[in-house]
Structures are given as C-alpha cells and as structure tokens.
Design a protein around this ligand. Structure first.
Ligand SMILES: Cc1ncc(COP(=O)(O)O)c(C=O)c1O
Length: 329
C-alpha cells in the first residue's frame, strides 16, 4: 500500500515526461546491450576500435562465444576496412551485428541516411531520435545528473522481469558536487562508475526515472546548441574538425556531447592547462589513449563542456582561458 503522510523525500517535478518514452529502461548502456544480445541470436559483432573500451570488455565477459571483429574509422569517423576502403556493412549476414558510435553526437546525418539493421550507440547523442530498423541505445549519465540510466529502442522482445537497480548509495557525488564542488567528490563519482561497471543487468532505478521525468528537455537542448554554436563561431578557423562539424550540425534534434576541438599536435598540453584552470575536459577514452591505436589523431580532441549548466558568459570565460594558450584565436 502507498504510504500517506510522514516526512518528505527529494522534491522533484513529475509532471513532465521522459524524453525516450517507448524505450526499455536499464541501469547502464552496457546492461541494455547485454539484454539486447541475450534476446537475439547474433554470432558476431563488428565494433569500432575507437570506442569506450568498457563496452567491449563487458561483452567479452558476458558473451565469450560471440565473435568480436574490430574495424577502424576514417577522418570523417565513418567505418573503413583495414586497407582504407569503405566498409560495407550491408554485405554482412543476418547473424552479424554492426555496431556504430554516433561520435560526439556529430554523426546523426550519416546514421539516418546510411544505416539499417545496425546497433547505434547514442551515448553521446541523447537527443537523437531512434532510426527505424536499427537498435539504438542511450546512456543518461553523460547528459544529466543521474546515478544510473539508459534506454534501448528496438523491435526485439526484451526481458520484462528485471530487478530495479539499487542507487540509494550512489548520490554522494551528485549531492557533493551541488553542495561543495566537483573536485572534492570526484572519487565518489569514480566509485559509482566502478559499481556500475560490475552491476548486473537491471532496470533503471525509480529515482533516476523520476529525475529524468522532471527535466525541461527543450530548454536543455537549446542551451547546449547555443553554447556549441557560440564556440564554433570563434573556433571554426582553427578547428581541424570544422568540416565534420559543418556536415553534422544541421540534423534534427542536434545536441552534441561537447564542443570537440582538434588542433595540430597540442591537445594534451591544452587539456592539462584547461583542467588546471578549473575547466574539466574529459579524455575519450583514457584506455584507448594509452594503447597504441591506429586513429591516434583523435586522441588529441579536447571536449569542451557546452551543457545546460552553462551560458554564453561561461563560454566567453572558456575562450579567454584558451586564448592564453592558443595565439591564433
Ligand atoms: C560511446 C560510449 N558508449 C557506451 C558507453 C558505456 O555507457 P555506460 O557506462 O552507461 O554503460 C560509453 C561510456 O563512456 C561511451 O562513451
């Protein structure tokens, strides 16, 4: 029976709706992928080298019989064979799953026009709608302050009896960041990430679902886009990813993860300088960076935060810091 009265819990508006209604809910992207694989009969999966290594590791552990074939991407972040020719996933048979990452949220146009019967990793592109005939997975933690949360859109029948993820001990980093600062609670964030890496396949916690039902998504999206375009208007002439960005930024529901900045050879120095000045630019993906991987130029991309917490004044501040290390701006 529902409890009536007593003390209050956290007050969150539940009068809005989640963005991905109609999708299955999970604790993590990796869980969604595991459930998809458990409910299908793929015998092999094509995965890009350039990806979050935790995803591949999880599959290797949970599905040891599944054959993993790695592929590379070209300078437009599109799939190629080892000889540099375009990789044609249409030639794969029914039991092969082709996994493609919507890198930094910049590849939605490519996905919409080219991909069919594939798995789209939209961990970097929360606002992109699922594309018909593909399986699509989203992870909420990169876009919102939630302890867990992922969505899977597919026509496959999935498990409907999953236990709920227990997130009661996973709020310290979120509350600590709000009350004090991010630096002090970073270890708590890492603790939660470690817990999630080992978590079983679970449905999204009710708390995350409640938080995700309280967000003004249109406001979030427009703030991100405004910040992105402002930075791009200033950094376009020196950003080696400018062509890629111009091709991508007109897609419907465009709302990228960050502003990706690639400069000749200086990535690591600038990244460190920004962090020392309190501008936290993540490295995607640390373990990929440490390995000797072929697409090494992508290691130097600086991911400048453009999310809903910030406005143009903050973007100007970021540019000011960048100006002190990059003469060309
Ligand atoms: C592109 C991409 N896909 C998937 C994941 C895994 O998401 P989760 O931690 O929700 O399993 C990540 C995590 O960093 C990612 O960057």
């Amino acid at each position: 029976m529902k409890e009536i009265g007593g003390y209050f819990g956290i007050e969150l508006s539940q009068y809005r709706r989640e963005y991905h209604t109609g999708s299955a809910r999970y604790n993590t992207f990796r869980s969604a992928l595991c459930d998809l694989l458990a409910n299908s009969n793929y015998s092999e999966i094509y995965m890009p080298y350039f990806n979050c290594p935790d995803v591949e590791e999880k599959i290797r552990i949970e599905f040891p019989e599944l054959v993993i074939i790695n592929y590379e991407v070209d300078n437009n972040l599109e799939p190629i064979n080892s000889d540099g020719s375009k990789l044609d996933w249409r030639l794969l048979d029914q039991r092969s799953l082709f996994y493609y990452v919507n890198y930094f949220g910049l590849k939605s146009n490519f996905i919409e026009s080219e991909l069919d019967n594939c798995l789209i990793d939209n961990a970097h592109s929360f606002f992109s709608k699922p594309v018909k005939n593909n399986h699509t997975i989203y992870s909420a933690r990169k876009f919102f302050g939630v302890p867990d949360g992922a969505y899977l859109s597919t026509s496959l029948k999935l498990s409907d009896d999953l236990d709920e993820h227990d997130c009661r001990n996973a709020f310290s980093h979120l509350l600590g960041r709000q009350a004090i600062n991010a630096r002090k609670y970073y270890h708590k964030y890492m603790e939660n990430e470690k817990t999630l890496a080992h978590a079983n396949v679970r449905s999204m916690s009710k708390l995350s679902q409640t938080i995700l039902s309280s967000i003004d998504y249109e406001l979030v999206r427009s703030k991100r886009v405004d910040n992105f375009y402002y930075l791009h208007s200033k950094l376009e002439p020196i950003n080696l990813l400018s062509d890629l960005i111009s091709d991508s930024c007109h897609s419907l529901n465009f709302s990228p993860l960050s502003y990706p900045l690639l400069l000749k050879g200086k990535g690591e120095i600038i990244r460190k300088f920004l962090i020392d000045n309190g501008i936290y630019v993540p490295s995607l993906w640390r373990r990929f960076i440490e390995r000797d991987e072929p697409r090494c130029e992508f290691k130097n991309i600086i991911h400048i935060p453009i999310d809903q917490r910030y406005c143009l004044k903050d973007m100007k501040q970021v540019l000011g810091v960048l100006k002190s290390v990059i003469k060309e701006i």
